[in-house]
Design a protein around this ligand. Structure first.
Ligand code: FUC
Length: 820
């Protein structure tokens, strides 16, 4: 882990250099014929409302990657629901099932003999984890545990609950929420942000008339807490979580709140803080747990002293200093990418974005209004959420990022790795937030010790693996039901992210660090794959095709199979990434040769009698034809085995599969819809991608723009953001004899609804930063900044231009791809 952290820091430094160049680049290049000033672009990025949040899903999220809050904005009663990303119940546990290996061969045999339901029945008994696992996604009181709320900071103001000119907003450009209202002749304002530079949450209450700020504040949790007043201006809340065993080893946490007032009085009574007749007041909160992402015990020390120091250091700074430091730090990441979209038309309603509250804009969209700027807001909101929930050195963003209320949260808010946690990170590279990707790599690395044990105990295999779910304590066993929980391809899928980070950034040092993780993952699949007795092809299994089931030839329902498309495609992806990595690193040994040979022998994607891509190795009927998972399409996205240009027949089969899924009701969960946008973008169909983007906004978006599965699940936000980027820019890396080369595709899926626009600062694979401008649906200019020396192929529609690029230089192309 220490090495890992060292690596993380180096990467941050590298990325910072890249960033400086990019932030200069768009302005210098002026790609889009600058419609509207940059200032205007940024200042329009606000979610805003005319009333306080009544529900949690109306509240507005802030976060510094670790410490977060949902801000309700009540007039008399303000609530900040707090989260700290490592605050989990549960504890490390041995969940590997010693009976699994003995049954593995039998289950395989039954499947090869076509006895699918018998195979399923045996797997239910033998091929699942030992113990309760995630307890059907409700494991707060068990060893698997659940992510939990840190509690509530509640403020009760002395004044009335009525006010005029109420406004509540989240400014995506500054990562500050703001509430303002008028009572009589006084205007009250409140601001909240979570600072990554100072590692504290800050709340400021002010009024334009002196002595008008009077309120009480307290810190509570639904359970397991004591709050004490340490000094006259400070509250401390502490407690220990349920470990799911004997109750003594759960994680411990501490939260400290300090009040600073201009004028007036601060006092504490019991565990309540009181501010009286102040001109303004600042509350600063620091919090942490004794969790450490380090197997086997996952425990560090309680940041008792650290939180006290964080508080003292922050309290020594003025409010405006804290705010400026926060904004500067945040904007270094956020302002790397800008997007402007407009719809020039003689007919139709073109909403002028900022004039309407965000919830009303969503309603208007549902009633058929045109609002491309809402798409821009949604896109940038996804980038905002990633910055706020995934900073280097912290855990990755979970199913709700960092924002979750209660002590038992949906699906334990864990890391689902059969689509969800991967989708969280789809925007990271292309949307120029590469360092936000790092927490995922730390998690992957930390899974190896337990993953090796699971590989051995369940499969008698070398290497490491993980299945459908993992928590913060290194759970790598199958889930408690094989129909969803038996998915060991998750390890390979996670490894795709390691390769992608290299593919975009070209950081060889990173690849050297990632190589053993990927290599050990491939070792697992080399052992796990078996020869299909009928075809001689290598197939994985027994596994589910997430989380679908099929109708057996005798009309029954089964879910386990040998060699379903998704597994085969994910393993192909890992093997290909291994071979490409080996080339970069100059490795040619027995292992690389085994991978090359095995990839040749893999059962590949197959087309069925009706022209669709097969989901399973046989042509079965789906039990749920409109299933939310579209697993077999992995090869198109996020995989690279099937492309419109490289494998047109398979791409056509995918199109058919997708059309069919959609006609049967697919896309009914937020993340499912978001994935569909990405598929259509890769199929280069802008209209369909846009249609599904609208469906995501219309059907799966809550008033605060959070994605809803339902309930709230953040993957759809990230998948949607990635999909929008994918519509504007794609890049594919191909191996050549001498190394890697890429094709960058400009505006591959531009819908009519985005007739004119510009995007600045997106990243393409193999070291390029791209700005694109277009008018009336036609490319007008592209600026390609190379952070890599080599030949770059740029595609726009059917034309491909090749330019020799030199690292550090920017190349401007006109609408016909000629150098300007
Ligand atoms: C996967 C999906 C579910 C849900 C859960 C958290 O298992 O199949 O729809 O998103 O993750």
């Amino acid at each position: 882990m220490n090495n890992n952290r060292k690596y993380a820091l180096q990467t941050v430094l590298t990325v910072t250099c890249i960033v400086t160049c990019i932030s200069i680049m768009p302005q210098a290049a002026g790609a889009a014929g600058d419609k509207g000033s940059q200032k205007g672009t940024w200042s329009r990025l606000k979610l805003w409302y005319q009333q306080p949040a009544r529900e949690w899903t109306e509240a507005l999220p802030v976060g510094n990657g670790r410490l977060g809050a949902m801000v309700f904005g009540g007039i008399k009663n303000e609530r900040l629901q707090l989260n700290e990303k490592s605050l989990w119940s549960g504890s490390p546990d041995d969940s590997d099932n010693p009976e699994a290996l003995a049954a593995l061969h039998e289950v395989r045999k039954l499947i090869f003999e076509g006895k699918y339901t018998q195979a399923d029945a045996l797997a239910v008994k033998k091929l699942v984890c030992k113990g309760a696992g995630s307890n059907r996604a409700s494991s707060g009181k068990l060893p698997y545990g659940s992510y939990q709320t840190l509690g509530d900071l509640r403020l009760k103001f002395d004044g009335p609950n009525e006010a005029n000119d109420y406004r509540r907003e989240l400014d995506l450009d500054t990562a500050v929420t703001r509430v303002s209202y008028r009572q009589g002749n006084a205007t009250f304002t409140r601001e909240v942000f979570s600072s990554a530079v100072d590692q504290v949450l800050v709340l400021r209450v002010a009024c334009d008339k002196p002595g008008r700020i009077s309120f009480t504040a307290d810190l509570t949790r639904p359970e397991r807490f004591t709050t004490n007043a340490e000094t006259a201006d400070c509250l401390t809340m502490m407690g220990q979580m349920n470990d799911g065993k004997n109750g003594t080893t759960g994680l411990r946490y501490v939260a400290r709140l300090r009040a600073i007032a201009d004028g007036g009085n601060i006092s504490t009574t019991g565990s309540v803080l009181r501010i009286e007749e102040a001109d303004s007041a600042t509350l600063i909160l620091a919090a942490g747990t004794d969790y450490k992402l380090q197997p086997p015990d996952y425990r560090g020390s309680l940041p008792d002293k650290t939180t006290a120091e964080q508080l003292a250091e922050a309290a020594a700074k003025s409010y405006s200093d804290l705010r400026d430091r926060h904004v500067a730090d945040y904007q270094k990441l956020f302002r790397r990418v800008s997007l402007e979209l407009s719809y020039d038309t003689d007919s139709g309603t073109n909403l002028s974005a900022g004039n309407m509250p965000t919830n009303n804009r969503l309603d208007a969209l549902r009633n058929g209004a045109t609002d491309p700027e809402l798409t821009v807001l949604y896109f940038q909101f996804g980038r905002y959420l990633l910055i706020c929930s995934s900073r280097p050195g912290t855990l990755p963003a979970n199913l709700q990022g960092i924002w979750a209320d209660g002590v038992q949260v949906p699906w334990n808010c864990d890391y689902h790795s059969n689509i969800n946690v991967q989708m969280n990170y789809w925007p990271a590279e292309v949307c120029n937030l590469a360092e936000c990707h790092l927490p995922l790599f730390d998690l992957i690395d930390s899974l190896r010790p337990n993953g090796r044990k699971t590989a051995k105990v369940h499969y008698g295999a070398k290497g490491w693996t993980v299945h459908t779910i993992t928590n913060v304590f290194g759970f790598t066993s199958p889930g408690e039901h094989p129909g969803w929980g038996l998915f060991p391809a998750a390890g390979a899928w996670l490894c795709q992210h390691l390769w992608e980070h290299y593919a975009f950034g070209g950081d060889r040092k990173f690849l050297e660090w990632a190589w053993p993780i990927m290599r050990e993952s491939a070792e697992f699949y080399l052992d796990f794959l078996v020869e299909d007795p009928k075809t001689g092809k290598l197939v994985s299994g027994p596994v589910n095709s997430p989380e679908n089931s099929f109708i057996t030839p005798d009309g029954r329902r089964a879910s386990l199979c040998m060699g379903p498309a998704m597994d085969q495609e994910i393993i192909w992806d890992l093997f290909t990434n291994i071979l490409d990595s080996a080339k970069v690193l100059g490795i040619e040994d027995e292992f690389v040769k085994r991978v090359r040979d095995a990839r040749e022998r893999l059962l590949g994607p197959q087309i069925g009698s009706d022209g669709r891509l097969l989901e399973w190795s046989q042509e079965f009927k789906e039990a749920e034809p409109g299933h939310r998972h579209m697993s077999h399409l992995f090869a198109l996205h996020p995989g690279r085995q099937i492309t419109v240009t490289g494998t047109p027949e398979l791409a056509a089969a995918i199109r058919k599969s997708l059309e069919y899924r959609l006609s049967q009701g697919g896309g009914h969960t937020g993340w499912s819809r978001a994935w569909i946008i990405n598929f259509w973008a890769r199929l280069q169909d802008g209209e369909k991608a846009h249609e599904n983007l609208l469906a995501l906004l219309n059907k799966s978006t809550l008033p605060n723009l959070f994605d809803t599965h339902p309930p709230f699940q953040i993957d759809g936000n990230f998948g949607g953001t990635a999909g929008i980027a994918e519509m504007l820019l794609q890049s594919h890396v191909y191996s050549t004899g001498s190394g890697q080369t890429g094709e960058i595709h400009l505006l591959p899926a531009l819908p009519k609804a985005w007739q004119t626009g510009q995007v600045k600062g997106l990243r393409a694979r193999f070291g390029y930063e791209i700005s694109i401008a277009w008018q009336q649906g036609k490319l007008t200019q592209a600026d390609i900044k190379a952070t890599h020396t080599g030949v770059c192929a740029i595609r726009y529609q059917n034309k491909v231009a090749k330019i020799e690029t030199e690292s550090g230089k920017t190349y401007s192309l006109d609408g016909s791809l000629s150098l300007m």
